[in-house]
Ligand binder design. Structure first.
Ligand code: GDP
Ligand code: IMO
Ligand code: MG
Length: 446
């Protein structure tokens, strides 16, 4: 039995969906613990690609329970569409359970998300966050203000009307709000349709723990988008860290066995915010084209750049990573040299290796110091076939050195390597040695 967390170790879209799906093969339950329709997790099945937004990837496997957990904010109409699309393709295989504690994203939240980002850009165009406009920030804000609506409220129209009235009293600044009565009746209807799936999810998890069954927590967004530890204010409104996965599911920290951080062999970011290793030149364009770097939820072109080991070290410590999954190594195949950022030079000349600046504007001024590592050959179909057959033994030697370099820099072993979008294009290098003591932090400057 294991309890594992898979989480994003960069700015999102690291292929968490693919790695979580790979690991879901040995899990009884997969839990999403935060975020909502801002997520787009791609899994490429033999039947074709699937992009999951509000459902955990366990929905794609027979005999697995897919929980959308208490820490989430769910848009019930989009959720119905997502389920319907899976049903139509015959891909709804696992059992879906929705936490009765999860909060509801209302039409007001979607309007407010757009309104807020316009407000930010009125004062300064660079201040807009470029959110996914799915209502995430406002839904979490109302959750913490304690006038949010939870899935459990949908089955009690009287109480729902009362709570919605309270929430509406805070939204008079929003133009175009749909009438309260209309929202109550639509929510009550959708609540009725989803009712068979809505229930307390903590007892399901505690029972699984008691039975010794394996649980996988499928992180969404990424540690660098964490509301507290990310590049605030250019973050999402939840906690996509390992601690957040536990809070958002109801699994106690003492049950946790492994924390797997997923990072691309390069990096991407969607939306605004500091990104020291961004490459706005031809090579960035190369990454976007070859990596197919377009948002799975919004369709926006992703900003592209190089692997940032300062940020990865930070994420490793913040989350207690026990192993890394390095994905999309095929995208870099054929390059002579691969730049990897090993430290930052700050405007005052100091070198930062371990603790990135707290302020987004300071991070934006960090100048990456690169080391160029030797590249590996393109992974053509023959090379991929060998990887499928022989596993890690078939990894090109320059790629092995690249992975070792990451381990040296982060003190975290690389266990999984993604070399293609398909479900089976992941190498498991096998269990890693027990976690060594982490190296002490380098001096803040030097
Ligand atoms: P997530 O949000 O972290 O699950 O990632 P996304 O699904 O938003 O973006 C990852 C993209 O990369 C998707 O289009 C995947 O199909 C694709 N992908 C995943 N792993 C690999 C890989 O190892 N190689 C390549 N070339 N593509 C991959
Ligand atoms: P997955 O799970 C990439 C980004 C948005 C924006 C910021 C705030 O697929 O990795 P929000 O709508 O959450 O208020 O937007 O966070 N963002 C993501 N970027 N992948 C995601 O999810 C993201 N979820 C949010 O682009 O910059
Ligand atoms: Mg994504």
């Amino acid at each position: 039995m294991t309890v594992r967390i898979v989480l994003g170790a960069q700015f999102g879209d690291e292929a968490k969906g693919k790695i979580a799906d790979f690991l879901a093969g040995t899990a009884r339950i997969v839990v999403r613990s935060g975020g909502g329709p801002n997520t787009g997790h791609t899994v490429v099945l033999p039947e074709g690609p699937v992009v999951l937004h509000q459902l955990a990837c366990g929905v794609l496997r027979h005999g697995v329970t897919a929980i959308s957990g208490p820490g989430m904010v769910l848009q019930p109409f989009k959720l119905e569409d997502e389920l319907r699309a899976l049903d139509e393709r015959g891909l709804h295989r696992g059992e879906v359970v929705l936490s009765d504690r999860a909060h509801v994203i209302l039409p007001a939240h979607e309007l407010e998300d757009v309104w807020e980002d316009e407000l930010r850009s009125q004062s300064d165009p660079a201040a807009a966050l470029g959110t996914t406009k799915s209502g995430i920030g406002p839904a979490y804000a109302d959750r913490y203000a304690r006038w949010g609506i939870r899935l459990t409220d949908l089955s009690r129209p009287g109480a729902l009307r009362e709570r919605l009235g309270l929430l509406y009293a805070t939204k008079s600044h929003l133009p175009g709000l749909p009438p309260l009565e209309e929202v109550v009746s639509r929510l009550a209807e959708v609540g009725g349709r989803l009712a068979p799936m809505i229930r307390p999810t903590e007892p399901i998890l505690w029972d699984a723990l008691a039975r010794g069954e394996s649980i996988l927590l499928e992180g969404a967004q990424s540690a660098l988008l964490d509301i507290d530890f990310g590049t605030y204010p250019y973050v999402t409104s939840s906690h996509p860290t390992s601690a957040g996965a536990l809070v958002g599911s109801g699994i106690p920290p003492t049950e946790l066995d492994e924390v797997i951080g997923v990072a691309k062999a390069y990096s991407t970011r969607v939306g605004a915010g500091p990104y020291p290793t961004e490459d706005t030149g031809e090579r960035g364009e190369f990454l976007r084209r070859v990596g197919g770097e377009r948002g799975a939820t919004t369709g926006r072109a992703r900003r592209c750049g190089w692997l940032d080991l300062v940020l990865l070290r930070y994420v490793a410590r913040l989350n207690g990573l026990t192993s890394l999954a390095i994905t999309k190594v095929d995208v870099l195949g054929g390059l002579d040299e691969i730049p990897v950022c090993v430290s930052y030079r700050m405007p005052d000349g100091t070198i930062v290796r371990d603790a990135p600046p707290t302020r987004a504007d300071d991070l934006a001024r960090a100048e990456p110091v690169y080391e160029n590592l030797p590249g590996w050959p393109e992974l053509h179909e023959r090379a991929k076939e060998r990887l499928r057959r022989e596993g890690g033994a078939a990894l090109p030697s320059a790629l092995v050195r690249f992975l070792d370099f990451i381990t040296q820099a982060t003190d975290v072993p690389v266990r999984y390597v993604g070399y293609g979008a398909h479900r089976d294009e992941t190498v498991d290098l096998g269990p890693t040695a027990p976690r060594a003591r982490r190296s002490p932090l380098a001096a803040w400057s030097g």
